[in-house]
Design a protein around this ligand. Structure first.
Ligand SMILES: Cc1cc2nc3c(=O)[nH]c(=O)nc-3n(C[C@H](O)[C@H](O)[C@H](O)COP(=O)(O)O)c2cc1C
Ligand SMILES: C=C(O[C@@H]1CC(C(=O)O)=C[C@@H](OP(=O)(O)O)[C@H]1O)C(=O)O
Length: 410
């Protein structure tokens, strides 16, 4: 079983991620993880913090000379802003006189609608938002991206690749009918300010971010993640919590600010008739099967079909709206405006990188669930043995297409 955990606060000394259950033999270096974290910082519309803060990576365990050992991989990401926050976020008691009057330590008593502030204060019994917003912050997603990169390298060594791209920013959507991007497109996607494959839509998205910023507003959007060359049979129809679609939806909804997940054509299939909603099956000359369309997103009945896996996730606009929303001061009861210091205008491009990592972590877990293996080589052998032994569909006796619309009786 593969499992992973993250720890760390937004302005704490650093973040820690631990992943356990990955096999030995994954090729991964500090520079690879640093590169993954750099990708998460890209994207038009992010706030000033992305520029002045750096992610400083240390692989603490589980890797030797660029190869995983099969032991837990622990990764530390230092918050380079720590010196500024050392008093405010110190784990040990500090001299009250030292933090008295420190602007950074000012109590946050005007909770932001849409963030963790209000519900968190009530749930944990805090009288200001700092103690909970530190963990609610999406700074934590740096750890997921770091762990996700290890999972991505594992998958890549098995020939399975993931890619994410922005398909919507506010009201602007990419042109329909696009070819699904592959891992070969990652560099081009990363080079686009919005991580969008449609240059015309991207230009309009940049304008939308600018207009939104000028008006003191924030924006959300939608990202799509694709998994190429995953084998048939990941996940299971046997029980709800073993379904691949259920696991992917949970993982994507577990990213801060995500409000909806679609598998394949998602909500749109609910508007169609059955014959326009599913993917017809055809036989290849070698006895393998394929689909004529990609509506199901490569998942049927909770199992991967061998087609590209395609999922989308919708992100709400950033909650720290400069044109601050109405709230109440929890100390005085006075109606007021929510606190606002700085924030991203949008974080949709960065969320694509996070979503890609989350999907990779789910798929890596499912590959190990089905094929096991203490070394990448063993997982590869098991996977190839399974796929090589899938029963070929027999060659038809004639080219005649059976027109029985009731199909074969089961
Ligand atoms: C990459 C990323 C960056 C984010 N940046 C901000 C931000 O700068 N300001 C903010 O208020 N929310 C930001 N958020 C969203 C908050 O983390 C999120 O709104 C909060 O956790 C509560 O939202 P939820 O109920 O939808 O999870 C960001 C989210 C992600 C994924
Ligand atoms: C630091 C990161 O994202 C942060 C996520 C975040 C939030 O509320 O989620 C709020 C902002 O931080 P702050 O409130 O300190 O300005 C973002 O910068 C990061 O992604 O590395």
């Amino acid at each position: 079983m593969m499992r992973w955990l993250t720890a760390g606060e937004s302005h704490g000394s650093g973040l820690v991620g631990i992943i356990e259950g990955l096999p030995a033999g994954i090729e991964i270096t500090t520079a690879d993880i640093q590169d993954a974290l750099l990708r998460r910082r890209l994207g038009y519309g992010r706030g000033a913090r992305m520029k002045f803060e750096k992610d400083e990576v240390t692989i603490i365990s589980g890797v030797r000379h660029g190869i995983t050992l099969g032991s837990p991989v622990a990764i530390h990401i230092a918050n380079t802003e720590w010196p500024k926050w050392e008093l405010v976020m110190n784990p040990d008691p500090v001299d009250p006189e030292e933090i008295e009057g420190l602007a950074r330590n000012a109590a946050l008593r005007r909770p932001r609608p849409g963030h963790a502030d209000m519900a968190g204060m009530q749930k944990f019994g805090f009288d200001e938002a700092r103690p909970l917003l530190e963990r609610a912050s999406a700074r934590e997603t740096a750890t997921r991206v770091a762990l996700g990169r290890v999972a991505q390298h594992f998958l890549a060594q098995l020939g399975i690749r993931t890619v994410a791209h922005t398909v919507r920013m506010g009201e602007i959507e990419i042109a329909p009918g696009y070819d699904f991007p592959t891992a070969d497109d990652v560099e081009t996607i990363d080079a686009d300010p919005l991580r969008c494959i449609d240059p015309e839509a991207s230009a309009r998205m940049v304008e939308a971010v600018d207009t939104t910023k000028k008006s003191g507003e924030t924006l959300g959007g939608v990202v799509e993640v694709l998994v190429h060359d995953a084998p048939v049979g990941l996940g299971s129809h046997i029980h709800w919590d073993r379904r691949l679609d259920s696991k992917l939806a949970g993982a994507l909804m577990g990213i801060q600010a995500m409000k909806g997940v679609e598998i394949g054509d998602g909500f749109d299939v609910a508007t169609r008739v059955g014959s326009d909603a599913h993917d017809a099956i055809i036989r290849h000359a070698d006895g393998s099967v394929a689909r004529t369309t990609h509506r199901a997103g490569g998942i049927e009945a909770g199992m991967s079909t061998g087609e590209p896996i395609r999922v989308r996730v919708a992100m709400k606009p950033i909650a720290t709206v400069p044109r601050a929303l109405a709230t109440v001061d929890v100390a005085t009861g006075q109606a007021t405006k929510a606190h606002h210091q700085r924030s991203d205008v949008t974080a949709v491009p960065a969320s694509g990188v996070v979503a890609e990592a989350m999907v990779a972590l789910v798929i890596a877990g499912e590959v190990l669930e089905k094929f096991g293996g203490d070394s990448v080589e063993e997982t590869r052998r098991n996977m190839h043995s399974f796929t090589a032994n899938i029963k070929p569909i027999p060659e038809p006796e004639s080219d005649h297409v059976d027109q029985h619309d009731m199909g074969d009786p089961l």
